[in-house]
Write a protein that binds this ligand. Structure first.
Ligand code: ATP
Ligand code: MG
Length: 594
């Protein structure tokens, strides 16, 4: 790697543990040495009578059984200023009802129950009721247009769909006959015009008729539970499915990586349409018995800071794009708020630039803790922990119980671990953690191709330093080979981000008749800066000074970078547009077909 030295940021944020405030994971090495998944399993209850492990029971039933049902499970903040609290006991009884709704409709265990709804309470009731009934819950992002919806419903052979009246009329009604497996659509009515669309089941009617008691049947830990589509950053989205025992990873990583404690006020900003919004927006928080905030509205800096202050959020889990947008609005707003309740801040989804970590530290008095995982891994795999020093730009260290490695193919054609801290390779995991995906739906070949020589291959390139911290280099597809060197876009982007005018940056490799490939950067600017030839020259000079041969030869202005709806920069689109090539699957493109 060319630019490794410059971006192995010299800074280190040291943690000093306060007496009486020890994080759940206070000694990383000790925790790793004593950890086993079997021991972790003992912290969960299992279905009464030793009848297996059901995600929904671990999330709610067991707390209610212990007399803790009065605790608030959900604080729901509506777009129009509504605020609704739902206790664990209420959530238990509502999801029992929904499980009975499914039973009344003749839905069988293993059938796929989809949702296409905004972040409304019914979605969470549907998720938990579906899991109780041992059907497979598959949430779709509500801004998808009809085509991506049809594609995903057909891929997973949906039998039931939960939606809202508005979304049904706009997005589903027209495609319904193209989804032959879809028997029932349950619709949450618009209170202003509660007229049920033809051929649908009304949510309120069905829930009123259903009983509030439901006994979860024996659940083998390997029973399929969740089906999630990937973000489509690198191509057509894949449907990865997970089983009920994924709850073990959700619970343990919520506890160890997010430092969740019973009774905490916790806010995961992700939508359940993406895996983060389910694993860490439903399962991890509820199994750790926290009170979770659900905000129905879209990103808005003012609103977000207000929520953090007014709801006294203690643990906040968000994403790099949101953090960069908050940085864009400046430090004044957060500094005018009382955010003293905030104890831990974490980020996932794409690389978190060192600048963002440091900004968090300066503005909130604590750094953002980056962690790495994928739809396929079902839960956090590599993380920065509350007790561990943070090296800005690093993803942290593997979760206790997870074995990670950096691998390369050797001359013998097999994968071997790379021990040299300056050498990158593919980030791989030993496939034995509970939330590992058990397949891509109906695509065994693609699933099998992810495993080799006893490793699960992530498709991401990374490096591991002397202290065991992992550093993201880039997605295998995005890495640039220029002048004989492999260059990771993230490290180039992180350096360009240091320039005060730059708000966001995306880097690609561009074919060049002389050099083979040159590096090209696209930058968007902070509001108080304007694009000009001088600034362009200055940025190119800035890159050259800090990156040497890994500097972008070309830098262009872009109003905003193309991103997936889950907020990831789509470098493949930057490249296709630059080279005039076909754009490929754009179903997850933000602002695209909806
Ligand atoms: P697709 O597989 O369809 O191209 P995707 O990989 O973006 O989409 P997800 O499973 O949502 O779909 O995202 C996982 C990927 O996001 C990781 O493989 C990695 O490339 C990136 N990622 C997630 N967290 C981090 C992180 N902390 N640092 C760097 N990259 C990250
Ligand atoms: Mg992926």
């Amino acid at each position: 790697m060319q630019c490794a030295k410059e971006t192995h940021v010299d800074m280190r944020i040291e943690k000093q543990l306060q007496k009486g405030h020890a994080p759940n994971l206070s000694d990383y090495d000790q925790e790793c040495a004593s950890f086993s998944w079997a021991k972790a399993r003992e912290e969960l209850d299992g279905l009464p009578g030793d009848r297996g492990l059901n995600l929904a029971y671990e999330a709610i039933g067991r707390h209610v059984a212990k007399g803790l049902g009065d605790q608030t499970a959900i604080i729901w903040l509506g777009k129009k200023g509504e605020r609704v609290e739902i206790s664990y006991a209420e959530l238990d009884s509502l999801s029992n009802k929904f499980a009975n709704v499914l039973a009344n409709l003749g839905v069988e265990p293993g059938d796929r129950v989809y949702s296409l709804a905004g972040r409304i309470p019914e979605l969470y009731v549907c998720a938990l009721g579906t899991l109780k009934h041992r059907a497979v819950f598959c949430p779709l992002f509500s801004a998808f247009g009809p085509e991506p919806i049809a594609q995903r419903l057909n891929l997973g052979e949906a039998r039931v769909l939960l939606s809202t009246e508005r979304l049904y009329r706009r997005r589903i009604a027209g495609i319904r006959e193209r989804i032959p497996t879809l028997e029932h659509v349950i619709v949450v009515a618009d209170p202003k015009k509660p007229k049920k669309p033809e051929g649908t089941v009304d949510w309120s009617d069905a829930m009123t008729e259903a009983m509030a008691d439901y006994e979860i049947a024996d659940t083998d830990p390997e029973t399929p539970a969740l089906l999630h589509f990937t973000s489509g950053t690198t191509g057509t989205p894949k449907g990865a499915y997970h089983v009920h025992q994924a709850v073990l990873t959700h619970y343990m990583t919520g506890k160890l990586a997010l430092d969740l404690r019973p009774g905490d006020i916790y806010w995961c900003t992700a939508d359940p349409g993406w895996v983060t919004g389910t694993s860490y927006g439903i399962s991890a928080p509820l199994t750790n018995r926290v009170t979770m905030i659900i905000d129905e509205a879209e990103f808005d800096p003012k609103r977000w800071y207000q929520i953090l202050e007014e709801e006294k959020v203690q643990v906040w889990y968000t994403a790099p794009t949101a953090i960069r947008m908050l940085m864009k609005t400046g430090p004044e707003l957060p500094q005018s708020k009382d955010l003293s309740a905030l104890r831990f801040m974490a980020s996932v989804g794409e690389p978190l630039n060192p600048q963002a970590v440091v900004w968090g530290y300066e503005v909130f008095g604590k750094p953002f803790h980056d962690n790495w995982w994928q739809t396929e891994t079902g839960g956090i795999m590599i993380s920065n922990y509350a007790s561990m020093d943070v090296k800005p730009g690093s993803m942290g260290r593997p979760i206790p119980g997870v074995t990670a490695g950096i691998v390369r193919e050797g001359d013998d054609g097999h994968l071997h671990e790379v021990d040299d801290p300056d050498k990158d390779g593919e980030l791989a995991l030993r496939p034995d953690w509970p939330s590992m995906f058990r397949g891509y739906w109906n695509n065994k070949e693609r699933y099998d191709a992810c495993f080799r020589d006893g490793w699960y291959l992530s498709g991401d390139l990374a490096r591991r330093d002397e202290e065991g911290y992992y550093w993201f280099v880039g997605r295998a597809d995005d890495v640039i080979k220029s002048a004989g060197h492999l260059i990771g876009p993230f490290e180039v982007e992180s350096v360009i981000m240091k320039h005060p005018a730059v708000a966001e940056v995306g880097v690609i490799g561009k074919p060049d008749p002389v050099a083979g490939t040159i590096i090209k950067a696209f930058v968007s600017l902070h509001p108080d800066h304007e694009w000009s030839d001088e600034l362009q020259k200055e940025l190119i000079g800035f890159g050259r000074k800090n990156l040497g041969t890994a500097a972008p030869r070309e830098i262009d202005f872009i109003e905003s970078l193309p991103k997936t709806r889950s907020g990831k920069i789509m470098r493949r689109l930057l490249k296709a547009r630059e080279l005039g090539l076909p754009e490929g699957d754009t179903s997850t493109l933000e602002g695209g077909d909806s």
